[in-house]
Design a protein around this ligand. Structure first.
Ligand code: ZN
Length: 428
């Protein structure tokens, strides 16, 4: 998770965001200000009501998200247009009382959460921020090898208090989708409630426009489910806690000293070049069992060093996605490792991308349904038609296609003309 957090940090910092840490608890007064927001989270929040044996005079909320902790401060920080845009983010744990059955990394009550919050002078500037979020998500998910579809959530399913919400969903091997990120345009919905104003060049006081972007440990849930084979996990190199494992191989004790010496040299060279590497020199375990041990844990590359490699001054690599040895001269170690990482990255990304692509079907009739994967459907815009469709398919509406260029067709439910496409799937 920390490796994912660091990749996220890298993307945000290079786009002038600043990292912050806000308190875990929020006063009832601040939390209750935005009515839609509190309604949306009402049944999910934990309350701190006691200190020791005494009841608190003012109960506190464990944050389910941090708008209501941050925005009273934004109102103090922002004075003029020179203070804008304000771009901050934090990694914190948030708490949501989940009534459905919990599931590791996917449905939990204490969530490792990433949230970015921005304030802008006007709607257009906030819209540009939404575009920037798309760039960040694209770059990040490419490194995590997670292809996704992005849709605009229907109005009845947007974030509480948002003007609109966009969800990013991946397709899991079970045929269900999992939301891994969301971005929200708030317009002035929160700034009007929390009185976040700035003075423009003309000296007028205006409300700021706001956006947010959120992700969570669900990213790990997606990576573990999507990148695997019969031997176990396959971790994308960018986030693997161990990127390379070196397994020394020798038969006679005489060979051991020389093999281990070279193995240590290789480890050092990799570390100097900022690779995360382990040398598995355990004596009680055979090389074969070591292969199996590290494969199951998803380590992307294995290096085997035996007397032959020592003598020939070569390195033998085995990629987690293949079985054959790839041999190169020892001095090409770093260069070759980078090439193999990039190959593996592309292999598992392409595999997931094909799986996603092959499982999105445009649906024009409700006959002979397989009820798996993701359906694209023409829809007239009426909620009742969407609900009927959800019932018939046993699926949920993910959202509206973002750039629909197709010519007009008919709503699959009521036959009225439609040029809006919605996506449906079974969801986690
Ligand atoms: Zn309809």
């Amino acid at each position: 998770m920390l490796n994912i957090d660091n990749l996220t940090r890298f993307e945000l910092n290079k786009r002038s965001f600043e990292e912050v840490l806000f308190p875990t608890v929020i006063t009832k007064e601040f939390f209750g200000k935005e009515k839609e927001h509190i309604k949306g989270f009402d049944s999910q929040v934990y309350w701190v009501t006691k200190a020791g044996e005494s009841l608190l005079e003012k109960p506190l909320v464990l944050r389910p998200t941090s708008e209501t902790a941050m925005y009273p401060m934004f109102a103090l920080w922002i004075r003029s247009h020179a203070d804008l845009p304000l771009k901050i983010y934090q990694f914190v744990n948030v708490y949501r009382y989940e009534t459905k059955q919990t599931r590791s990394f996917i449905r939990v009550r204490e969530i490792h959460f990433f949230e970015a919050h921005t304030c802008h002078e006007n709607y257009d500037s906030a819209e540009k921020q939404i575009t920037e979020y798309f760039e960040i998500i694209k770059s990040l998910t490419r490194k995590l090898c997670l292809p996704y579809i992005a849709t605009k959530r229907p109005d009845w399913d947007k974030f509480p208090g948002a003007f609109y919400s966009i969800g990013f969903d991946v397709l899991m091997p079970t045929g269900k989708t999992l939301q891994i990120a969301s971005v929200h345009q708030y317009k002035e919905n929160f700034s009007m409630v929390y009185n976040i104003k700035y003075e423009n060049i003309a000296g007028e006081h205006k409300y700021v426009h706001q956006t947010t972007f959120g992700m969570s440990e669900r990213l790990i849930g997606a990576i573990i489910s999507i990148h695997k084979d019969e031997r176990g996990l396959i971790l994308p190199p960018e986030i693997a806690p161990t990127q390379l494992v070196i397994v020394p191989i020798f038969v006679k004790e005489l060979e051991a000293k020389e093999v281990l010496k070279v193995a240590n040299e290789i480890k050092q060279e990799l570390e100097v070049n900022r690779f995360r590497v382990k040398l598995d020199d355990r004596k009680e375990i055979t090389p074969g069992n070591k292969f199996y041990y590290w494969e199951r844990r998803g380590v992307p590359l294995r290096i085997e060093i035996g007397p032959n490699e020592v003598k020939a001054k070569t390195i033998s690599f085995v990629k987690r996605t293949g079985k054959s040895r790839i041999v190169c001269p020892k001095e090409e170690l770093i260069e070759k490792a980078k090439i193999l990482f990039s190959q593996l990255q592309n292999e598992i990304y392409d595999r997931a991308k094909n799986f996603l692509k092959n499982n999105i079907k445009t649906l024009r009739s409700l006959k002979n349904l397989k009820k798996l994967g993701i359906y694209r459907v023409f829809w007239c815009g009426k909620r009742i038609c969407a609900l009927e469709l959800e019932n018939k398919l046993g699926m949920n509406v993910l959202g509206l296609e973002l750039d629909s260029h197709e010519k007009e067709e008919k709503c699959i439910t009521c036959n009225e003309p439609s040029n809006t496409v919605i996506y449906l799937a079974k969801t986690y």
